[in-house]
Ligand binder design. Structure first.
Ligand code: PRP
Length: 216
């Protein structure tokens, strides 16, 4: 994992070879819907591994088949995964594979194709979100309008400890999210060149939601 020059120290790029290889397969236009979905789930496992590496541990007494010992288990704040619909669902599946006891928030947002503004159509979060660590999930951080709207909404609901995990980020999106929410650390598999005239990340991988669900 590297912290990227030119960006805030709270931006981490997961440069693990498995992540980079799987991301290249996801980018390819000829990758099928089924493969794309499976690859996103696998990348989510690896991003979950990185983004949870600072979770607190405590020692408890257990008995192995051979002897008693004090062994580490997770302690501290419990997790909420906040999925930005639709494409966040692809990351959510993989994250839950690794942390099955996490609670889940859903933030339904779509980008207005003309203004690129994020429009909310659904929101549901755990009642005790203020006591939990919230990890917002969306494969794509383009203009960051969706990420900012989601974090705004989660903070309104009481969240105070929020981070953001994506697969691909545009430099513009990183600057925008960091500008609005400097407390939100960003983890991504790659930072691409920028945005095209339609607000798509280039070279990118296309529209993650459409590629996951085969809607285009
Ligand atoms: C895409 C993508 C992100 C958002 C990123 O979603 O999945 O949620 O755009 O763009 P932004 O950073 O410029 O806001 P879209 O609105 O296409 O909805 P979908 O996931 O339902 O396809």
């Amino acid at each position: 994992m590297v912290t990227t020059e030119g960006f805030a120290s709270s931006v981490r790029v997961v440069d693990h070879p498995l992540v980079q290889h799987k991301l290249t397969l996801m980018r390819r236009a000829d990758t099928s819907t089924a493969s794309f979905r499976q690859l996103l789930r696998e990348v989510a496992h690896l991003l979950a591994y990185e983004t949870t590496r600072d979770l607190e541990l405590e020692l408890v007494d257990i008995q192995t088949p051979l002897s008693p010992m004090r062994a580490p288990v997770l302690a501290g704040k419990k997790l909420v995964f906040a999925s930005i619909l639709r494409a966040g669902e692809g990351l959510l599946e993989g994250m839950l594979d690794l942390v099955p006891s996490a609670r889940v928030a859903h933030v339904g947002l779509y980008r207005d194709p003309t203004t690129l503004a994020a429009v909310e159509y659904y929101f549901k979060a755990p009642e005790d979100i203020a006591e939990r660590r919230v990890i917002v999930l969306d494969p794509m951080l383009a203009t960051a309008h969706s990420a900012i709207a989601a974090v705004d909404r989660l903070k309104e609901a009481g969240a105070t400890d929020v981070s953001f995990v994506c697969v691909l980020a545009a430099p513009e999106g990183i600057d925008n999210l960091t500008g609005h929410h400097p407390d939100v650390a960003i983890t991504t598999a790659a930072i691409d060149d920028g945005l095209d005239a339609h607000g798509f990340i280039v070279p990118g991988l296309g529209d993650a939601g459409d590629r996951m669900f085969g809607t285009k």
